[in-house]
Ligand binder design. Structure first.
Ligand SMILES: *Cc1c(COP(=O)(O)O)cnc(C)c1O
Length: 463
């Protein structure tokens, strides 16, 4: 199809209420290093490369859509977290963001620990050789089978999430002749998302045991009475995609206050606190995430100060970044199928994937950026909405972005910062075959999670 086969889309200035959207970037060919994996560049021919490989070659070899993961970037980010927190703290990668055996091996090699929240995530971690003592097991409704498996494997900690679970874990551990290390997850009355946090009097959510009304203190009392549990600390996770440290400040203050109450009541100082994950990344150029060393410094200062004020020994801190490690390291590569300019509105660009490989836009109204990657273009910016191929009008990948007006079917476009919560939340809606994850490093590409096949799907359908 020739590039002039469709009318150019409306110019943003014609259709957008002033000040409502960011204007188009000065150079549509530029790749903002904030949102793209570190080895991503555009070569002299205008083709984008990652890990030294052109996306056109990746599309040819592995097909589209595909998640392309920059291994060097993943390792560098994992290492940055590890180094920032040092030997007196632990970094647990939140496996739910994206878990595969290759990732587990990289984490192991880079010295990170791992959070899992299901028996199958645990099985994945163990099968890739992650030492059980470096695994933490999360979840608000772990089954007895899952708990049994975790205790038997010897996981480093189970994060207790309810009164029933305290008893369940203690019972299972005892039946196995073990004493399971555990933390109690509490809700501190703080919820943080992106640029704001809300401090509430009580928590209206399924996770954790509320500090309010003395419930968390009661959970501690019960756990301390049970032989099957060795209570090692308190856990708090306040939200996701957080840029502002003040939510952590309030959370740390309240967690330390509980530690002090525990010391006063029971005469023990719990040795650990976990402040959870949720650190934000840049999905668009408007986001300004903090570096791991800044976050480590801020959290260490907050906890040390709070503990000094409470006259407590500073506990060992742990954090659980998921998105902030893997999110920026991958992009989704799509092929453009159809282009539909809607006069006076915007241009709909349909790609060969959609909400089955990235549910975040539909689910959370998430923002993403997008770029033409198979070639450079000097054409004027065109306001687009990138949509998928699913039977659902909410099937949107990128709500508002600019692509060159000469965009044509067959072009490759890529959505950056899709390393977290995209493959891990992918679905088979419309019997979509979930895309592969292709890891690239030093001019080599390899599939670490293969594309699903029709056979995979039909095998489940036992008819
Ligand atoms: C989801 C989650 C994380 C990771 O969150 P990110 O936003 O990916 O950093 C960490 N800890 C717990 C308990 C979680 O539920």
């Amino acid at each position: 199809m020739s590039r002039s086969a469709h009318p150019a889309g409306p110019r943003y200035a014609d259709v957008l209420p002033e000040g409502h959207y960011s204007p188009p970037p000065a150079d549509l060919n530029a790749l903002d290093p904030k949102v793209w994996a570190r080895t991503v560049t555009r070569d002299e021919d205008g083709v984008v490369t990652v890990g030294g490989i052109a996306v056109t070659e990746l599309a040819e070899r592995f097909g589209t859509p595909a998640y392309v993961l920059d291994e060097a970037d993943f390792r560098a980010r994992a290492r940055a977290w590890r180094t920032a927190f040092g030997n007196d703290a632990d970094v647990f990668y939140a496996g739910k963001a994206f878990l595969s055996r290759a990732v587990v091996r990289w984490l192991d090699e880079e010295g990170l620990n791992l959070d899992v929240c299901s028996g199958t995530e645990l099985a994945t971690a163990l099968s890739a050789g992650m030492p059980a003592e470096r695994i933490a097991f999360h979840g608000n409704n772990k089954s007895e089978t899952e708990i049994h498996r975790a205790v038997e494997a010897g996981v480093g900690r189970i994060v207790l999430d309810s009164f029933q679970e305290i008893v369940r874990v203690a019972h299972i551990a005892q039946s196995l002749g073990k004493r399971q290390k555990a933390q109690i997850r509490i809700t501190v009355g703080v919820e943080a998302h992106t640029h704001e946090f809300i401090a509430t009097a009580h928590e209206d959510q399924k996770f954790g045991i509320p500090l309010a009304g003395g419930q968390a203190a009661e959970a501690v009392r019960r756990a301390l009475q049970l032989d099957g549990i060795e209570l090692i600390g308190i856990h708090s996770h306040i939200g996701s995609q957080i840029f502002d440290m003040s939510g952590f400040e309030v959370a740390a203050h309240r967690v330390v206050r509980l530690l002090k109450e525990i010391r006063d009541e029971h005469g023990i100082e719990l040795p650990e606190i976990d402040l959870g994950g949720g650190l934000g990344i840049a999905y668009t150029s408007d986001d300004d995430p903090r570096e791991p060393h800044e976050i480590a410094k801020a959290l260490n200062e907050i906890v040390t100060r709070e503990c000094e004020a409470a006259r407590l020994r500073t506990p060992r801190i742990s954090v659980e970044p998921g998105r902030a490690v893997v999110g920026p390291t991958a992009f989704t590569l799509y092929e453009v199928g159809t282009i539909k300019p809607l006069e006076g509105l915007r241009t709909y660009v349909s790609v060969d994937g959609g909400m089955s490989d990235n549910i975040r836009t539909a689910l959370y109204d998430a923002e993403y950026s997008v770029a033409l990657v198979s070639r450079a273009s000097d054409a004027a910016p065109m306001l687009v909405r990138v949509v998928g191929k699913h039977c659902e009008s909410g099937d949107i990948v990128v709500k508002d972005a600019f692509l060159p007006a000469d965009l044509a079917p067959g072009d490759l476009i890529a959505v950056p910062a899709t390393g977290a919560y995209c493959r891990s939340m992918a679905s088979n809606y419309n019997h979509a075959l979930r895309p592969p994850v292709v890891a690239v490093a030093d001019g080599e590409a390899r599939v670490i999670v293969r594309r699903e096949t029709e056979e995979d799907l039909l095998r489940l359908d036992v008819g």
